[in-house]
Design a protein around this ligand. Sequence first.
Ligand code: MG
Length: 410
Amino acid sequence: MGLLTSIHYGITILAQNFFLSYNKEAMEIKKRKISIIGSTGSIGRQALEVIEKLGDKFKIIALAGGNNVELLKKQAEKYQPEFVSCNSHPELVSGSHNAKILTGMAGLEQICSNKENDIILVACSGKVGLRPTLTAIKNGIDIALANKETLVMAGDIVMSEAKKYGVNIIPVDSEHCAIHQCIKDINQVDKLIITASGGPFLHKSVEDMKNATVEQALAHPRWNMGKKITVDSATLMNKGLEIIEAHHLFGFDYDDIDVVVHPQSVVHSAIEYVDGSVIAQLGLPSMHIPIQYAITYPERFEGIKSKSFSFAETARLDFEKPDYEKFPTVKLAYEMGRTGGTATVCMNAANEEAVFAFLDGKIKLYNIYEITKKMCDEHKVIQNPTIDEIFAVDEQIREKTKEYIAKFSY
Ligand code: MG
């Protein structure tokens, strides 16, 4: 390197350092502006705990809840957002806060088109998340995504829109968050390895599972979550949905996405590089950590710090192949994922209606799979569907599933 070149090089480095530190200061002053869709749900409530712990790092622009207006009102009073949105009965949300009260899908759309947001956490459950997510993407707002249905129903559209508008989609789902943390260069990754706790029936007989009560299905050994996802974890459909989610998020073929049962839920997922090196993300199970990772990415803060995982005090970590005879949902999800188009829309809608019927005591746990499989077998798949076609199929399948369940006897 010549003298002039080296002086030039030195000045460049100095200038870069100056701008870096200047930007760092600016970053520290600037609060990240966030809105939460689904603030009264399990993920939403934990996200607010994370935000509270992080103190002055965030400014909450909007909170949207569903039917729990009482909690939404309390949240509005505590966090003083600019907007709150609920499903119905907006009068019940007014209280000692100055937030503008919105309702329904229009409310969610208004929140998600507010360019003031740096990031929106989509933490509602069900198909409600899809349209607001697309709106936020079109407005260039990054998404912390906890809503599986958004990708299961319309992964192709959502990911191509995110690419088009240069929007980051950071997964909150613990497995996908783990994979996101492991990936340095996605082009060098050969395989994704998604772990599954196996749920409460892992070592129970198929008979036990068939006769399971709602209480037994809701008693998840590792994670404390909402009812729908807990039942999905008992049938392993949750893992099926996560395979589809991973396919869209990371752009991997279904052949390159493996599932391994890991009852301790310490290894949250792993990836295999082209040279065979496997990188996994570990930690004690807590949803606070993936939520915190997603909303603060690419930075990392202590925040709600997880209790340290001790290798020395851990007697063993077990891994086993999933039993597809006992948990055929995973196989069905691979099949529907490979079929593509509206196949996954159908599977998701039929499964959700069947889960609701199970929670209402109308069918048995094992019937959830049988009903979902029947709906998938009879569905005429539309390839490359539009958003309207996706919603139409979703409605159709829900109606058909409900009709079928009404006549169902077990
Ligand atoms: Mg998960």
